[in-house]
Design a protein around this ligand. Structure first.
Ligand code: COA
Length: 178
């Protein structure tokens, strides 16, 4: 279990799967975190959620330190270990957006990846219309590395998918960021 100023990042327990299913079914959230069909996810999807979090190198349930309320989830998945590259993911319930929690949890996961997993880089993909997430990633030192044009059909239009990354050397020279 890890703590930041206002958050706890803890392992998942069985009872988290229901609130996580609600998170993934939220119409504001689902289109920002999947490139698959936007649909209703039934109880069977809890197995996918369980696998996602268990298969991650670092899979955390993010809760408020003060109340224990579930805020969302975050993960780091080390890709081919030889390349020391990790994939970062984060997803919070809408009622907690814009309070700095995303920045706080993401900063923790970046620091943790470089300090404890010895990574050389962290990667992520984000949809081009997700200005809030892009603002968080750029603030924490992620650099725009690529744009896959019209890669996503979203809300009756094509959207680009962006690749971002942060290198160990960039993290080292920006450790007071965020
Ligand atoms: C993306 C996410 C993790 C960010 O967490 P958060 O707690 O809402 O973000 P924070 O409050 O820490 O920071 C939001 C930043 O975005 C900025 N922002 C908000 N809306 C914005 C917009 N429309 N355009 C540009 N910047 C925006 C805020 O000003 C703030 O920056 P600042 O601190 O420099 O002022 C969270 O919103 C979320 O889980 N969204 C749904 C799932 C998702 O998109 N996951 C990422 C997929 S790649």
């Amino acid at each position: 279990m890890f703590t930041t100023e206002r958050l706890i990042l803890r392992p998942y327990v069985e009872s988290d799967l229901d609130p996580l299913l609600c998170l993934w079914n939220d119409p504001l959230v689902q289109p920002l975190v999947t490139n698959e069909s936007i649909t209703l996810l039934g109880p069977k999807f809890k197995e996918t959620l369980r696998a996602k979090i268990e298969n991650a190198t670092f899979g955390a349930i993010i809760v408020l330190k003060e109340t224990g309320e579930l805020v969302g989830q975050g993960s780091i998945t080390v890709l081919e270990p030889k390349n020391r590259d990790g994939m970062l993911g984060i997803c919070l319930l809408p009622q907690f957006w814009n309070n700095g929690y995303g920045t706080e949890a993401t900063k923790f996961m970046i620091d943790h990846s470089f300090k404890w997993f010895g990574l050389n880089r962290l990667s992520l993909t984000v949809f081009a219309n997700n200005a809030r997430a892009i603002a968080v990633y750029e603030k924490l030192g992620f650099v725009m590395e690529g744009r896959k044009r019209q890669a996503l059909w979203m809300d009756n239009r094509w959207e680009d998918v962006l690749s971002m990354g942060i290198l160990r050397e960039e993290w080292e020279s920006n450790t007071d960021r965020g």
